[in-house]
Design a protein around this ligand. Structure first.
Ligand code: HEC
Ligand code: HEC
Ligand code: HEC
Ligand code: HEC
Ligand code: HEC
Length: 201
């Protein structure tokens, strides 16, 4: 008798637990996921980036059309967006870590502690570029040796260049016919690697 009446109690308790799990996962999993998905949707639009950033960074967006005067605006003519360079590969860690940084920046912006111009604290990782440009590290000829040897330099020198050291993206003092590189600036980096690795005999 007691065993029979205990059953429905157990069942309804289990139902309650299931309902609680569903509710909790709604709050802690689905809602943040939905919020994150919406935020990422925003981040897909370059005008969203420009909405908070003021001088000089809003010019990064203004330069996008019609002519390319820097590497970043050139990318916009190739369907590459702000967020493409400003995030790593994949949803995890790429977009999620960009989102985390975005949330921190949003907080600074809302609380009025944001610095303008924005301080660039997190270097643009090579993996951000290599998502789309893997081939530059593979083509083994002399005219590409500075890309091929880059990983070797980075493995022996913590101050070695990264993609963005040569390929400054928002500077307008580069030469368009030289992939927007600034010649003097680039040559100084060529020399640093030659010093670090040696140029052969
Ligand atoms: C809600 C307003 C807002 C939006 C939208 C926004 N930003 Fe920012 N961003 C900021 C603030 C605020 C900072 C930090 C300023 C500071 O240092 O206090 C910042 C900093 C940055 C930095 C420097 C980060 C570092 O630490 O190196 C980059 C790069 C950046 N934003 C790119 C972007 C891109 C790309 C987008 C669009 C996907 C974007 N931002 C959208 C407000 C915003
Ligand atoms: C030492 C400076 C330097 C570094 C570091 C560097 N590059 Fe380059 N990159 C150049 C030069 C020089 C060119 C050739 C420009 C020209 O002749 O038009 C070039 C050209 C390119 C091109 C266009 C031509 C091609 O080969 O497709 C891409 C894409 C590129 N680099 C991507 C990268 C990426 C990605 C990284 C990081 C892994 C990187 N670069 C690191 C100097 C550098
Ligand atoms: C080709 C890749 C690329 C694209 C596209 C790009 N950026 Fe950047 N961004 C960089 C790099 C690399 C840096 C680091 C500084 C530099 O090299 O100019 C940077 C730096 C920044 C900074 C930090 C402040 C500073 O000047 O250093 C902000 C803010 C920023 N970008 C916003 C944007 C916005 C907004 C867009 C779209 C309108 C955009 N970026 C598109 C590569 C890119
Ligand atoms: C979403 C993909 C994507 C990302 C991310 C990206 N690029 Fe590109 N990049 C392109 C495309 C597409 C082109 C045009 C290639 C073409 O037309 O053959 C290009 C062209 C270039 C060129 C040649 C410019 C010229 O004048 O011919 C350089 C240099 C370059 N990218 C460097 C970078 C660097 C450095 C980064 C990271 C900061 C980066 N790219 C990130 C897609 C990307
Ligand atoms: C990541 C390291 C690295 C970078 C960056 C680099 N080089 Fe080199 N460079 C080398 C190495 C290593 C050699 C020797 C190659 C060999 O012996 O096969 C070399 C050799 C050379 C040589 C022939 C040797 C000589 O006596 O001068 C020239 C020319 C040269 N590099 C030009 C450049 C230019 C121009 C740039 C910048 C656009 C550049 N390099 C960037 C590593 C680099």
């Amino acid at each position: 008798m007691t065993a029979r009446s205990a059953k429905p109690v157990k069942k309804s308790r289990r139902k309650l637990v299931v309902a609680l799990v569903v509710l909790l996962s709604l709050v802690f999993v689905v809602l943040p996921a939905a919020t994150a998905a919406t935020a990422m949707q925003f981040e897909n639009h370059d005008d969203f980036c420009a909405s908070c950033h003021s001088q000089p960074e809003d010019t990064y967006f203004q330069r996008e059309a019609p002519a390319s005067t820097d590497l970043a605006s050139f990318h916009s003519t190739k369907d590459a967006r702000c967020i493409d360079c400003h995030s790593g590969p994949g949803l995890v860690p790429g977009r999620i870590s960009a989102l985390t940084m975005g949330a921190k920046d949003l907080l600074a912006w809302v609380s009025g502690t944001a610095r303008q111009p924005a301080v660039h604290t997190r270097p643009i990782d090579d993996t951000n570029c290599l998502k789309c440009h893997q081939q530059v590290t593979q083509q083994r000829d002399f005219n590409n040796h500075f890309h091929v040897f880059l990983a070797r330099w980075q493995s022996v020198d913590k101050n070695a260049a990264t993609c963005a050291s040569c390929h400054q993206s928002h500077h307008t003092d580069g030469e368009a016919q030289l992939a927007f590189l600034n010649r003097e600036h680039t040559v100084s980096i060529c020399q640093s690697c030659h010093q670090a690795l040696g140029k052969g005999e």
